[in-house]
Design a protein around this ligand. Structure first.
Ligand code: ADP
Length: 462
């Protein structure tokens, strides 16, 4: 059965309250009952002794019993549920409650038996008689027989006490139940309100309203975590949406230039404005190569971005990797007249070797692209405590401070006209950043125009 959080919480609180009150009632009843039973038995014995002492005082110095006082004491004892009989040592009866007021005795005994049977149906009390010697100056002058329900019985006061206690427990139970229900409703409202807000925000996000955010703050950590997670999700989706739109616009823009040139050239040749000579065809071919390059870069970027979660990590020596790549670049550097150096010690990292290769290749090829003849490129591997730094430094054209914040963005090129000549389309660094981010690393760049550029990739060792 599916219930709302509110109903569930309110019912759970009520259930807890009921169970607690029941347990307290049962424990109280069982313990109280036992203790009270022992107490009444001890109390009866105590009263019996007190009664004996009191009666001994009714024997005056002249050797006579004060019958009027014995009457009062005897009647009072009947009212307490005790039937007394005093006999002298020869067995002659001095005072007998059943003789004095047999009706009252019977009535009291019946009343008590009725009381006990009413509250304790399995009560096994029996009428019993106990004897106590009445002594005056250390000599026994009479025997007192006290008859009562044993081993224990409750008089009216005791029963009133027990029933008040039970009523109190019932009232406590009732009020706890009401309190638990109110608390449950308030608590569930406190919990469910932000959750309902999160649900409606999530629904809006699902409909494409990525600008929606949960603004409420809660004092409960988990709820705050939930709202911030939803807000982060919305922000990521919003960013993705902007990127997706910008990507389409950028791709269209990037394709338009070579396609327009191609169109112009081919139309010119068709209309006979230009000769269909080798040079014209070469120019068309270059534009087609540029388009193929762009599409290839886009494919690569799409692959890396979708592949980002599938890192095939292994432990390997990054210096060996750098040296192999440098070796492959040697002839390109030589033909351009740029010096290529590598520095560092053997360092093991846990990373996706192919993807890190792409990072190193992109950074070194950029350095080669943007460094003119006579320049120098240094590639270093430096070990830090928990990470390894890969530094690619060149003495090339540098990047202006206005361009620096944007160079990792798709299709961003610091100098578009020059880049058309170098063939770059502004995706290489985007790929580098995507791979470094996937490895939970960082990439930073420092540059001084016309002096040097330094890319620092920091990769965690594990
Ligand atoms: P591209 O394919 O155009 O080189 P990248 O994403 O690799 O694209 O680089 C983006 C831009 O950053 C480049 O167009 C260039 O302006 C600048 N850049 C990248 N590396 C360097 C470098 N080593 N020296 C100077 N500028 C660089």
């Amino acid at each position: 059965m599916k219930n709302s959080l509110r109903t569930r919480l309110a019912l759970s609180y009520a259930l807890v309250a009921i169970v607690c009150v029941l347990i307290v009632s049962i424990i109280t009843n069982v313990f109280m009952e036992k203790k009270f039973r022992v107490y009444t038995i001890q109390n009866q014995e105590h009263e019996n002794i007190q009664l004996t002492n009191l009666l001994s005082k009714q024997y005056n110095e002249k050797g006579y019993w004060e019958f009027s006082s014995i009457n009062d004491i005897g009647v009072n004892a009947i009212e307490q549920g005790m039937i007394i009989k005093i006999s002298d040592p020869s067995g002659q009866v001095i005072w007998d409650a059943s003789v004095h007021n047999n009706g009252l005795c019977k009535q009291m005994l019946e009343h008590m038996a009725e009381n006990m049977n009413k509250y304790y149906p399995d009560w096994d009390g029996k009428y019993q008689v106990k004897e106590y010697p009445i002594n005056v100056k250390d000599s026994k002058i009479a025997t007192l027989e006290i008859g009562y329900f044993g081993p224990f019985y409750y008089n009216d006061n005791d029963i009133a006490f027990i029933s008040t206690l039970n009523k109190l427990l019932v009232s406590v139970g009732f009020f706890s139940l009401i309190f638990a229900l109110i608390l449950g409703v308030l608590m569930s409202r406190y919990l469910s309100t932000p959750i309902i807000r999160v649900i409606s925000t999530a629904e809006n996000i699902a409909k494409g309203y990525f600008g929606n955010r949960v603004t409420e703050k809660s004092k409960i950590n988990e709820i705050n975590l939930l709202t911030s997670t939803i807000n982060n999700l919305a922000a990521t989706l919003e960013k993705q949406e902007i990127l997706r739109k910008r990507m389409s616009a950028d791709v269209a823009h990037e394709l338009r230039t070579p396609l327009t040139t191609l169109q112009g050239n081919i139309e010119g040749m068709i209309d006979g404005i230009w000769d269909t000579d080798n040079e014209r065809l070469k120019s068309c071919h270059e534009e087609i190569i540029r388009i193929i390059g762009l599409v290839g870069d886009l494919e690569k970027l799409a692959k890396y971005e979708s592949d980002i979660c599938n890192l095939n990590k292994t432990k390997y020596n990054i210096l060996n990797q750098v040296q192999t790549i440098i070796h492959n670049f040697e002839s390109d550097f030589k033909s351009k007249g740029v010096k290529l150096n590598s520095y560092g010690k053997d360092e093991t990292i846990f990373a996706d070797k192919d993807k890190i290769s792409q990072v190193i290749i992109n950074l070194i090829s950029n350095s080669l692209k943007y460094t003119s003849s006579g320049g120098e490129v240094d590639v270093s591997v430096i070990a830090k405590k928990n990470s390894v730094e890969l530094i690619v430094k060149d003495t090339g054209i540098g990047i202006s401070s206005e361009d620096l914040p944007f160079i990792f963005e798709r299709f961003y090129r610091a100098d578009k006209s020059r880049n058309r000549l170098t063939g770059g389309c502004g995706i290489g660094l985007t790929i580098v950043k995507a791979i470094v981010d996937a490895h939970k690393g960082t990439i930073t760049v420092e540059s001084e125009p016309n002096k040097e550029t330094k890319f620092i990739v920091c990769l965690p060792k594990d």
